[in-house]
Write a protein that binds this ligand. Structure first.
Ligand code: BTN
Length: 269
């Protein structure tokens, strides 16, 4: 038996996406949908294959963190993408996925929805969704990208350490979300944005992305590997890099973790 609001049949029948999510593998419990999707991709599963789980035992986040994944309430989804591009051409893809997630969250949560660069989605400054894109390939060629999306939809409780910086769509809006409906809308949004990205690169989505930019104009610190940059966040550029206006001039950073200095948006959950 599937949980009542989340089954592969419901997701497929509710979604009008043509390529993403036509093949759906559902797990009541899995270690990580990203790990399972990676295994499927390695054994040849086609672009658009979707792995969904009701719960994860080893949900993974960025920077080696774990992703809290209780049963029955949230969305844990991973898509196999085969963009057929060189690694440097897919740098903007995680931002494109974040854009699709933000647009979908906003259908429930409205204009309080923002993206915290590079791809956290927040409602009123609290993290509601995260994206983990993992790439495999060799010698300048991308074999596949696993786009993993975790969205806190109906969770009403969080571990103590996340309580003041994480939220769910339900907590933020009072609305209970049908997970299959949300997932179907997400697939449609992602497909549209992914197609634009393949046709025109991140450049074609740059302006749209900047409209959702939650850090713009804020004083931030970005830690990227061993490097730290502090300054005022500007827009993202044609490659999805964040402009930071520092005392010594503008720099563009292509990844890392941003922290708002002196209040406002917070670290990712
Ligand atoms: C982050 O913000 O740190 C990224 C979180 C990504 C979590 C999702 S849940 C579905 C997929 N499977 C995983 O193990 N991780 C991603």
């Amino acid at each position: 038996m599937f949980p009542s609001d989340l089954s592969p049949e419901r997701v497929r029948s509710l979604s009008e996406a043509r390529s993403l999510g036509r093949i759906v593998e559902f797990h009541r419990v899995v270690d990580s949908t990203n790990t399972r999707a990676r295994d499927l991709a390695r054994s040849g599963s086609p672009e658009g294959t979707l792995v969904l789980a009701d719960a994860q035992t080893k949900g993974r986040g960025r920077f080696g963190r774990s992703w809290v994944s209780p049963p029955g309430v949230n969305l844990y989804a991973s898509l196999v993408l085969r963009p057929g591009r060189a690694p440097e051409e897919v740098l903007g893809l995680p931002l494109v996925v974040g854009l699709g997630v933000a647009e979908t969250v906003a259908e429930w949560a409205g204009e309080r929805t923002r993206i915290k660069w590079p791809n956290d989605v927040e409602i009123a400054g609290k993290k509601v969704a995260g994206v983990l894109c993992e790439l495999e390939g060799e010698a300048g060629r991308v074999e596949f990208v696993i786009a993993g999306v975790g969205v806190n939809l109906n969770a009403t409780e969080f571990p103590e350490e996340l309580r003041d910086r994480a939220t769910s769509v339900r907590l933020a809006t009072g609305r209970v979300v049908d997970r299959a409906v949300f997932c179907a809308r997400l697939l449609e949004r992602l497909e549209k944005r992914y197609e634009s990205f393949l046709a025109g690169g991140f450049r074609s989505l740059q302006d749209e992305w900047n409209r959702w930019h939650g850090l713009s104009g804020k004083r931030i610190r970005v830690v990227r590997g061993g490097e730290t940059v502090e300054g005022v966040a500007g827009p993202v550029d044609v490659r999805g890099r964040l402009e930071i206006r520092t005392a010594g001039g503008s720099v563009h950073v292509d990844g890392g973790e941003a922290t708002v200095l002196g209040g406002g948006m917070r670290d990712g959950a």
